[in-house]
Design a protein around this ligand. Structure first.
Ligand code: ADP
Length: 606
């Protein structure tokens, strides 16, 4: 937690503000009070002295005017007495001076009596006939002294002046400085109390704020359980309440955001399509597992990389191009192991203002669709080819016939025979195709019944044995025990017929065709083996493909359509079995197929 600078803290600020306010208030009050008090005290002091001077004036005039007897004291004596009677602590010296500035009496210094007063104040007072006063600092003591000169007059005019120097320092200023000291101490105490109170008051403000700050910091770490303590019901208390409210709201919205995020993550991770998104500069910031799998890349290496680079589009397109891309792209991510064609469509993440914020790419695995499309194209080409060959043959024979061959008794039947064979082959081909298309559309239904397989199989072999023209011998190796299978007998007959015809077709003169039936687990395994020319190793798997023939010309010459084994494969699949071939070139070929055994011999049969 970042510490608040001491001088920036509310605590210190509040305390300082309090102290300053109190200081200013005390200073203003104190200054005004001290000044007024000083003025008042000086006035009082001066008027008390002036009162006494008035008394002295009265006595002096009386003494001067009085007619003296022999035994009366001298005027100087009398004036001394007057001064003596009125002298007091606060008066430093009092002098009585006549109109010629001669000092008639002094309360302090007898030696100056009779001398002329050199004091300007006295001269000014006598000359002007009005009192004069002045405060000066005594150089020796450093004290302030108030001097006052007041003229006194008889009938003839100004008769002299009374001069007083008074200790204003001791009487007024010392008291004032004592009062000031008291004021200073009071100020210090007040400031101390203020500081303490300030600290306490600042605490009531700063504590809830510090608490809220702590709360905000814990909230930033994702912990919403903490609540701010509410100390009072004032504005700060209200703020704390609002803060707690805000915390709850935040927690709720964070929870809902989190659940939305989880939902989105689960949608993304469970999607069968790959999804990735980019920032506005085209760098990948999100990618789901399906996309990683389809692109065959680890997540760490993809995040943050340009989308054009990851999708290997940087040679052809820029990020700008992808933003404006309306149609989906087919991207080839095939490797040596497997084919992969990804149909990729792009959509732009845009703000209402039109500002592009990023791009979303959806990758759909189109490999299977592409394969089916290619197969379909190939199939159509094959069918067209298969039909065109007999049709061309027939056309040329028919042309020959039309051109006059029909009149030739030797050639005409032969030509007609050829067209007949070709027509039959085409019919066979079309029938085969129809059958396949029915099976493709899952339209053909199996008319199943439970049969004993050995008997069923023997009957088919017997039929071939009776009708075969070649010198090929049959060898059966069937179990003695009965085995039951649930099959569509017509369709299975067609399958077995086809395999046996092939075996016979490709068997050499004097070859043996073997028929084996074995049991493995729950399956019946049938093997039909010949000793014919065999099939090259690399083609063995392909003989079950539609229109595939190892030797096209030969197969055609033998009337084959190239669809027999393809149909057989589909039918065996329909019966829940498997079909495969093993072959050695020049040695012979074995065709195997399995059928699930019927274990439930519930007695209906028999
Ligand atoms: P076809 O009508 O050409 O016989 P099939 O689907 O029955 O069509 O067989 C496909 C191809 O498999 C044949 O053209 C042939 O090349 C090969 N084939 C099938 N059975 C055998 C076999 N017993 N010996 C050798 N080749 C075979």
């Amino acid at each position: 937690m970042q510490k608040v600078n001491f001088f920036n803290s509310i605590h210190v600020k509040v305390v300082l503000i309090y102290i300053l306010l109190i200081l200013i208030a005390i200073q203003v009050i104190g200054l005004y009070f001290a000044r007024e008090l000083e003025r008042e005290m000086v006035d009082n002091f001066q008027s008390s002295i002036k009162d006494r001077v008035g008394l002295v004036e009265f006595n002096v005039l009386e003494e001067i005017m009085r007619t003296r007897d022999e035994d009366d004291p001298t005027i100087a004596q009398s004036l001394d007495d007057v001064l003596e009677g009125l002298n007091s602590e606060d008066i430093i010296e009092m002098r009585i001076i006549d109109s010629n500035y001669r000092i008639l009496a002094s309360s302090e210094n007898e030696s100056i009596v009779g001398q002329r007063s050199a004091d300007d104040l006295v001269r000014d007072a006598i000359m002007a006939g009005t009192p004069f006063q002045e405060i000066f600092v005594d150089e020796a003591e450093g004290d302030r002294v108030w001097v006052y000169a007041q003229p006194y007059s008889n009938q003839e005019g100004v008769a002299g002046a009374i001069y007083v120097s008074a200790d204003i320092e001791g009487e007024v200023y010392d008291t004032m400085s004592e009062i000031n000291q008291i004021l200073a101490v009071a100020t210090a105490v007040a400031l101390l109390i203020t500081a303490v109170l300030g600290v306490l008051i600042a605490q009531t403000i700063s504590r809830p704020i510090a608490d809220m700050r702590k709360q905000a910091l814990t909230m930033a770490k994702g912990n919403f359980s903490r609540k701010v303590k509410i100390y009072s019901d004032d504005e700060i208390g209200q703020l704390a309440k609002a803060f707690n409210n805000l915390t709850n709201r935040l927690q709720e919205s964070q929870q809902s955001t989190e659940s939305e995020r989880r939902k989105l993550a689960s949608v993304l991770s469970n999607m069968t399509d790959g999804v990735l998104s980019t920032d506005r500069r085209g760098r990948i910031n999100l990618i789901n597992n399906t996309a990683l799998m389809l692109l065959n890349v680890p997540r760490e290496t993809v995040l943050g990389r340009p989308v054009t680079e990851v999708l290997s589009l940087d040679d052809e397109y820029s990020f700008e191009d992808l933003i404006h891309m309306k149609e989906a792209l087919n991207l080839d991510f095939s490797t040596a192991e497997k084919n992969a064609v990804l149909r990729t469509s792009f959509s732009v993440i845009q703000k209402e203002t039109g500002f592009v914020n990023g791009l979303i790419a959806v990758l759909h695995d189109n490999t299977e669709q592409e394969r089916i499309d290619m197969e379909r194209r190939e199939f159509v080409a094959n069918v067209s080819h298969e039909l065109r060959t007999p049709l061309t043959t027939m056309r040329s024979y028919l042309e020959a016939l039309a051109e006059g061959a029909w009149e030739d008794k030797d050639i005409a039947p032969m030509f007609l025979n050829v067209t007949q064979t070709e027509t039959e082959r085409m019919i066979r081909l079309v029938n085969d195709l129809l059958q396949l298309s029915k099976m493709d559309a899952a339209e053909s239904e199996l008319n199943k019944e439970v049969v004993e397989f050995n008997r069923f199989f023997n009957r088919i072999i017997d039929r071939f044995e009776m009708s075969k023209s070649q010198k090929v011998s049959f060898k059966r190796n069937l179990p003695n025990q009965p085995y039951f299978v649930e099959i569509d007998t017509d369709k299975m007959t067609q399958v077995i017929d086809n395999i046996i015809s092939n075996a016979l077709k490709y068997s050499p003169e004097g070859g043996i065709v073997r028929f084996d039936v074995t049991i493995q687990n729950e399956d019946l395994i049938v093997r039909i083996a010949d000793q014919g020319m065999g099939i090259p190793k690399e083609n063995v798997e392909r003989i079950f493909e539609r229109f595939y023939r190892v030797d096209r010309a030969r197969s055609r010459a033998m009337g084959g359509t190239g669809l027999g084994l393809a149909i057989a494969k589909e039918m065996i699949k329909f019966h829940g079995g498997n079909i495969w071939a093993e072959s050695r070139e020049g040695k012979g070929t074995s065709i195997f197929f399995t059928l699930p055994l019927e274990t439930d011999d519930g007695g209906e049969w028999e």
